[in-house]
Design a protein. Structure first.
Length: 372
């Protein structure tokens, strides 16, 4: 017999659980949290509460699986320093752009100048279209994206413009509107759109997205500048957290590790890797989708998480909290924590009815609170 709602919610930390009505998407994606779509990130309000519960202002928090940088951004907003490590080059680019402290006058001048140049962009002679670009973008969209890429190096805020380019490329691909996250093959013909409930056509141009996201990026970076704490900093490390040589002490860990065999983050951002020439290290990524969920893959995943936690332990102050947000449906983490030498202090249950994407669905997550 299924449990009653009252029994179900007895074990749930309601302060860590929100409904769509209580926490709409515009709040879950405030300021730079919507600088670029990213699957699987935990919502900033959850990080905000956990930072308040387990850290103090001025502390330095480590996220060894930093992803799109939610922990780093919320640490800066909450008055903490933060360090994020990630093996994916695109993730590190995104985190750096989100957390950098900008000269807003120079930033706005450059981005508005780029915005004004977009309608007259032309692709210089001799620039070749990579095979991926030819396959996934209409001819005009491909020319516009490549032309934008050529002007990026003219500006001080090159990385900001590279994120704009990546976000525009994501929207300009030849795919259905409802399948932006995991397109299987280019959409070349008109199609019935489940999102708009009408017949839609594949995108032919990219300039409209380049214009929209140039100004949206400017607005979001300025909005974050107004709420981030002064004199607090974030560091981004492009590396493998299993072997990273930390050079400072941390006051704790707050992280959400990848799930085994679920999402190929490199493939999800393939357009960025192809257009920007980013270093693709998916073959050494923990929980890589290509590895699947066989017994051997799950063992390798568990070993990798243990190595990461043990490596980080050498850089933690005595008694520092290690907070891990995870949907541990395979019940891997009790053994992982024990092998890593961690003592489980608490297991907080939270109800998740939607993450930051548009897809519906609900499940439960655990917030594992432990210490070495």
């Amino acid at each position: 017999m299924a449990p009653t709602q009252e029994a179900l919610y007895e074990d749930i930390d309601l302060e860590l659980s929100w409904s769509e009505r209580d926490l709409p998407e515009r709040e879950r994606t405030k300021h730079v949290h919507r600088l670029h779509p990213y699957l699987g990130k935990f919502i900033p309000q959850l990080v905000e509460i956990l930072l308040v519960r387990y850290f103090r202002r001025g502390h330095h928090v480590l996220d060894p699986f930093a992803g799109s940088g939610t922990t780093l951004v919320q640490a800066l907003e909450s008055g903490l320093d933060a360090t994020g490590v990630d093996i994916a080059a695109f993730n590190c680019l995104l985190m750096n752009v989100k957390t950098h402290a900008y000269n807003e006058f120079v930033l706005e001048h450059e981005l508005r100048e780029v915005y004004a140049r977009i309608p007259s962009l032309t692709l210089p002679r001799g620039v070749t279209k990579p095979a991926y670009v030819r396959r996934w973008f209409a001819p005009r969209a491909a020319r516009e994206l490549l032309a934008f890429r050529e002007l990026v190096e003219e500006y001080e805020h090159e990385d900001v413009l590279r994120v704009v380019l990546a976000r525009a490329a994501r929207s300009a691909r030849r795919t259905t509107h409802f399948d932006l996250d995991f397109p299987r093959s280019p959409q070349l013909e008109p199609y019935w759109c489940h999102k708009h409930k009408r017949t839609c056509r594949p995108v032919e141009t990219a300039s409209q997205f380049l214009r929209r996201y140039t100004l949206d990026t400017l607005d979001r970076l300025k909005a974050f500048a107004r709420v981030r704490a002064r004199a607090r900093t974030a560091s981004v490390v492009h590396g493998d957290a299993r072997v990273e040589d930390y050079t400072r002490r941390f006051d704790g860990i707050l992280t959400s590790p990848p799930y085994p065999g679920l999402i190929d983050y490199h493939e999800q951002h393939r357009y960025a890797y192809e257009l920007l020439g980013l270093d693709d290290r998916r073959d050494v990524e923990l929980g890589a989708a290509a590895a699947g969920t066989s017994r051997a893959a799950l063992t390798a995943y568990s070993d990798g998480i243990v190595e990461t936690l043990q490596n980080a332990s050498t850089a933690l102050r005595r008694g520092a909290p290690v907070i891990i947000v995870v949907n541990d449906r395979r019940d891997l983490y009790p053994e992982i924590l024990e092998r890593a030498g961690l003592r489980l202090e608490g297991r907080l249950r939270r109800h998740v009815n939607r993450r930051t994407g548009r897809r519906a669905g609900e499940f439960f997550e655990d917030v594992l609170v432990s210490r070495f």
